[in-house]
Design a binder for this molecule. Structure first.
Ligand code: HEM
Length: 415
């Protein structure tokens, strides 16, 4: 791993660690510019095997393992057809680069899960680390969408020339993709096809997936973090504010002279009341949790609402950045799914894939069913116009999360 911190190791330490681990590939990036390999003018990489200030240098190709990385395009058409199909190279490269980015996303997700403390609430520094890494994940997903634009320069007729050689291979067998979904918080029950998903993997891969499912997901951890926030005062004030807002709306609509418009506004208000009722009446909310319409606890949801209302207050800013980044990830993943679906449809039409009905299955995955942070997205349904937002009351100890931590995390975990 690269580090910008100054490292003071003796030559022996370096040699020892170089022998034991690959992590000594810190090269000349020690933050100490004086040790850059100025004499050969080839900064930032050293000569392979050269030792400068006790650091074993590796040249560019060696450091990035380009030998093995770039020799990994193995075109089936070159093996089995009289002539290689030119576009198969692009097809493989696109999949491989996406898998590399999936690896990076998993690296970020694991570090985010590790950053959530077991018992205490998040401090500002942890909040910032988490929100920055979550943001990075959504940026990566957005970049991956563009990969499909490149892949779509392949014509369906050219894809047809080598597609038959790929069976039974399918992106459905991407373990990293499934791990990302699971580690973020998509449950097996949420999927339309849990048996097919498990069946796509060998027993060791299934064990990896099962392990990931049994661990707290990002959603679980976020839910626990928000659940620990004290929202009792806020919930009471919010209830009052909603009642006032709905009553003002009713009065205003009653004065509408046009009967048709009045009826339309009243219908709309009745719908709004139903939506608000779910969060005003805790038992109704709990019912929705039981029936899996909602995945966050009542208190967690109230916290998300509170953070959203007071997002510009300094003490809520970093928490709000986390909530925004989570919603960004869900939208970026939906957009990725959509770009993938349009690519698949363009190449295959309505033909089925090795694991599913093809386009029809893929289309089902862009619905709300596959959204992970839907509760956070739906916070918007419960917002109030500015004048109705209750004034912020200050906590006695000035912290965001004074409520004692409980064990909602694993107790409520559904697989
Ligand atoms: C010519 C381009 C592509 C076509 C025609 C295509 C086709 C399909 C089809 C039909 C499926 C549904 C599963 C099945 O029945 O096999 C699928 C799933 C999948 N593909 Fe692709 N795909 C293409 C490119 C890609 C690329 C570049 C990636 C990047 C890694 C990818 C990753 C996936 C993943 C992760 C799934 C599982 C999606 C899910 O279950 O939600 N595919 N693909």
């Amino acid at each position: 791993m690269l580090t910008t911190a100054k490292i003071s190791l003796t030559k022996n330490d370096v040699a020892d660690r170089a022998a034991k681990t690959d992590r000594i590939c810190i090269l000349h990036h020690t933050g100490d510019r004086s040790i850059n390999n100025k004499e050969d003018g080839q900064c930032p990489f050293g000569r392979n095997g050269s030792v400068t200030n006790g650091i074993v240098g590796r040249d560019y190709g060696e450091y990035l393992r380009l030998d093995s990385l770039l020799s990994n395009v193995d075109m089936m058409s070159a093996r089995y057809l009289p002539e290689p199909v030119h576009d198969e190279h692009l097809f493989i490269t696109t999949h491989q680069t996406q898998e590399m980015w999936f690896k990076q996303i998993l690296f970020e997700i694991d570090s985010i899960r590790d950053t959530f403390p077991e018992r205490d609430s998040l401090d500002d520094r942890q909040c910032t680390t988490i929100s920055q890494r979550l943001h990075r994940i959504s940026v990566i997903w957005n970049v991956l969408i563009e990969h499909f634009t490149i892949l779509q320069t392949m014509q369906p007729v050219d894809f047809m020339r080598f597609r038959h050689l790929l069976a039974p291979g399918s992106g459905f067998q991407s373990l990293q993709f499934r791990l990302i979904e699971c580690k973020l918080g998509l449950t097996m029950k949420q999927r339309g096809n849990p048996t097919a998903v498990c069946g796509a993997f060998s027993p060791p891969m299934q064990s990896t997936l099962t392990k990931a499912i049994s661990e707290p997901s990002v959603l679980d951890l976020v839910n626990q973090w928000l659940d620990n926030m004290d929202t009792a005062d806020f919930a009471a004030q919010y209830t009052e504010a909603v009642r006032e807002y709905l009553s003002d709306e009713q009065q205003q609509f009653d004065q509408e002279p046009d009967a048709h418009r009045r009826e339309m506004l009243s219908r709309n208000l009745a719908q709004q009341k139903q939506v608000f009722e779910v969060v005003l009446d805790r038992s109704k909310y709990e019912e929705e949790v039981q029936t899996k319409k909602r995945r966050m606890s009542y208190n967690a949801f109230m916290s998300a609402l509170k953070i959203t209302f007071y997002r510009t207050e300094q003490r809520f800013q970093s928490a709000y950045a986390i909530l925004t980044a989570l919603v960004d990830i869900d939208s970026a993943m939906s957009k990725w799914r959509f770009a993938h679906i349009t690519t698949a449809q363009r190449m295959l039409g309505s033909k089925s894939g090795p694991y599913s009905s093809g386009y029809l299955y893929l289309r089902s995955t862009i619905g709300d069913r596959y959204k992970i942070f839907l509760d956070l997205i739906n916070v918007s349904s419960h917002l109030l116009p500015e004048p109705y937002i209750p004034p912020l009351s200050f906590h006695r100890n000035g912290t965001l999360f004074p409520r004692p931590v409980n064990d909602v995390l694993l107790a409520g975990k559904q697989i």
